[in-house]
Design a protein around this ligand. Structure first.
Ligand SMILES: [Zn+2]
Length: 460
C-alpha cells in the first residue's frame, strides 16, 4: 500500500511536470510576471515560448537553468523539440529539454563544456547567455563597446559585444557586464524577446554620438551621476567641484552629461555656466617664507592659505580656467613682486588669500577691494569680491562681514581687478577649529574658485 501510494505520487508529479512544460498556458493564467516586463513576457507567452512552471506561475525571479534556457531559445527559433538522444552524456532522451538541446547543437547555437557535458541543471551565467543569444539570433555586428569587467581577452568578449551592439543588453549600472553573474528567468526572457522583436530592444539613444548642446561647471562639493533623470536611479559616478561637463540633452531638471568616461544624468541645479573665453587668474596665497602672517590656536596663516590656494587652483583649473600662482611653496614674494608675477604671466585678475587675526570674539569672512572712483578695474574688483564673499560665508558657515573698500597694497597697486579675501579668524576658537579641517579648507577653496567662475561668467 505504501509502495503503491508513492508510485502514484511520483506519477502525478511527472504528469504535472509534463503538463507544466508542454501544456499551453495563456499569459493571464501565469502568475508572478513582473509588471515592468509584462509586454515582453506576454509577447513570449503568446508565441508559446514561455510556459508556466508546474504550479502555473512564471517564477521570474528563479534562476534559469541551462536546459530551461536552451528550451526557451529552441522554441524561439522554432527548432525541433521532440525528445531524443543527445550528444551529451548528461542529457538523456527522457529530459524535457533533450530535443531542443540536440537541435541547438546541430544548429551550432550551443556547445557543451570542454569535457563534453552540457550540465543541464546548472544555472546559466550572463556570459553564457551572451554566447547563446548572440548565436541564436545570428548576431554579426560589433561596435566600440567597453565594460570594466570584460576585457578583450575574456572568452565572452565577442559575444558580449555582439549582444550590446544589437541593443539586447546594456550591461549593469556602473559600466559592468557581470559575465559570471547568474541570470533569472525574467532576465533571460527579456533577452529572448529583444532578440526576436526589435521593439523590445534597449534604447540605443545614449550610445549614439549625441551632440553637445552646452558645457557646464559642477557647483557642489560633489555631484552624483545617475543612470536616469531622478534620485531614484542608480549612481554611476561622482563629479568633483569645478569639473566641466558636456551637456547633451535636458529632461526636466535633469541633464544627460559626460565628463571623461563618466556618462549619465545630473541635477542641473548643481551646474553653473562654464566661461568660454581663455581666462587666467592669479592666485596669491598671502605671506610665506620669513613672513608667517598671523599665528593663533596652533595655526600659521602662511601654511593655511597656501593649502587653500593650491586646492583653489585645482578647482579653478578643473573649470578650464588657467591659473598663475604667486607662490606654490613656503617662500616670500614681495607685495609688488606678487603683482609682477601676475602681470608678467598675463593674468587678467588677482585674488589674494588670507586668514584674519584680531580679538578672539571677531569672527567671519570678509573680502577687500580698492576703489577710488568707478573705473572698469575698480568696478570689476567690487564684483569679484562680491562673487567670492557671497559664496565664502555660506560655504564656511560663518558670519558675513561683507566686502570692503580698503587700500591694501596688492589690491591698490595693481593694474588688474584685484581682491584680498579673508577666510576666517585664526584668533577665533570656532573659525580656527574649522580652518584646521580639510573639510573647511576645501569649502573655502570651492568658494574662492567658484566665485572666480561666477566672475568670469559675469565678464562674459
Ligand atoms: Zn594675511
Amino acid at each position: 500500500m505504501v509502495k503503491k501510494m508513492s508510485g502514484l505520487l511520483v506519477g502525478l508529479l511527472l504528469l504535472s511536470l509534463v503538463l507544466g512544460q508542454y501544456d499551453k498556458v495563456s499569459a493571464s493564467s501565469i502568475e508572478g510576471i513582473p509588471s515592468a516586463y509584462e509586454n515582453e513576457i506576454t509577447y513570449l507567452t503568446g508565441k508559446s515560448i514561455i510556459k508556466g512552471m508546474p504550479d502555473g506561475a512564471f517564477h521570474g525571479s528563479d534562476e534559469v537553468t541551462r536546459e530551461q534556457a536552451a528550451t526557451m531559445v529552441g522554441r524561439a527559433l522554432d527548432l525541433d523539440g521532440e525528445q531524443r538522444s543527445t550528444s551529451f552524456p548528461d542529457v538523456n532522451e527522457g529530459s524535457f529539454a533533450s530535443g531542443y538541446i540536440q537541435s541547438a547543437v546541430e544548429e551550432g547555437v550551443i556547445k557543451g563544456y570542454p569535457d563534453g557535458t552540457y550540465k543541464p541543471k546548472e544555472i546559466m551565467t550572463r556570459g553564457e547567455m551572451a554566447y547563446l543569444i548572440s548565436n541564436a539570433f545570428n548576431l554579426k555586428e560589433t561596435s566600440d563597446v567597453s565594460y570594466k569587467d570584460v576585457s578583450n581577452k575574456n572568452n565572452v568578449y565577442h559575444s558580449v559585444n555582439l549582444l550590446t551592439t544589437a541593443g539586447i543588453s546594456e550591461g549593469v549600472p556602473g559600466g559592468y557586464f557581470k559575465p559570471e553573474k547568474t541570470i533569472t528567468r525574467t532576465e533571460f526572457a527579456l533577452f529572448v524577446a529583444r532578440g526576436m522583436n526589435p521593439d523590445f530592444k534597449v534604447s540605443q539613444e545614449e550610445e549614439e554620438p549625441l551632440e553637445v548642446i552646452d558645457e557646464k561647471v559642477v557647483d557642489a562639493d560633489f555631484l552624483n551621476v545617475r543612470q536616469g533623470p531622478g534620485v531614484n536611479h542608480e549612481k554611476v559616478g561622482k563629479l568633483d567641484p569645478g569639473e566641466v561637463v558636456s551637456v547633451y540633452k535636458r529632461e526636466g531638471d535633469w541633464v544627460y552629461i559626460s565628463s571623461g568616461n563618466t556618462k549619465g544624468y545630473v541635477n542641473s541645479y548643481y551646474l553653473i555656466d562654464k566661461p568660454t573665453k581663455n581666462w587666467k587668474i592669479a592666485l596669491d596665497p598671502g605671506h610665506g617664507g620669513s613672513d608667517p602672517g598671523a599665528s593663533a590656536n596652533g595655526l600659521i596663516e602662511k601654511n593655511v592659505v597656501l593649502d587653500v590656494g593650491l586646492k583653489t587652483r585645482e578647482i579653478v583649473e578643473n573649470a578650464g580656467i588657467d591659473v598663475v600662482m604667486t607662490r606654490q611653496s613656503d617662500w616670500y614674494p614681495s607685495l609688488d613682486g606678487r603683482v609682477a608675477i601676475a602681470t608678467r604671466n598675463d593674468a587678467d585678475a588677482f585674488v589674494s588669500i588670507h586668514a584674519n587675526a584680531f580679538i578672539s570674539s571677531a569672527t567671519g569672512v570678509e573680502t577687500f577691494y580698492y576703489a577710488a572712483g568707478l573705473s572698469d578695474r575698480e568696478y570689476a574688483s567690487v564684483k569679484l569680491a562680491s562673487f567670492i564673499n557671497n559664496r565664502l560665508y555660506k560655504e564656511m558657515d560663518m558670519s558675513n562681514r561683507g566686502v570692503k573698500n580698503v587700500g591694501y597694497r596688492v589690491v591698490k597697486a595693481n593694474p588688474l581687478p584685484a581682491v584680498l579675501t579673508e577666510i576666517g579668524f585664526l584668533t577665533n576658537d570656532e573659525d580656527s577649529s574649522k580652518l584646521k579641517t580639510q573639510k573647511y579648507r576645501e569649502a573655502a577653496s570651492r568658494a574662492v574658485a567658484l566665485g572666480i567662475v561666477d566672475y568670469y561668467n559675469w565678464k562674459e
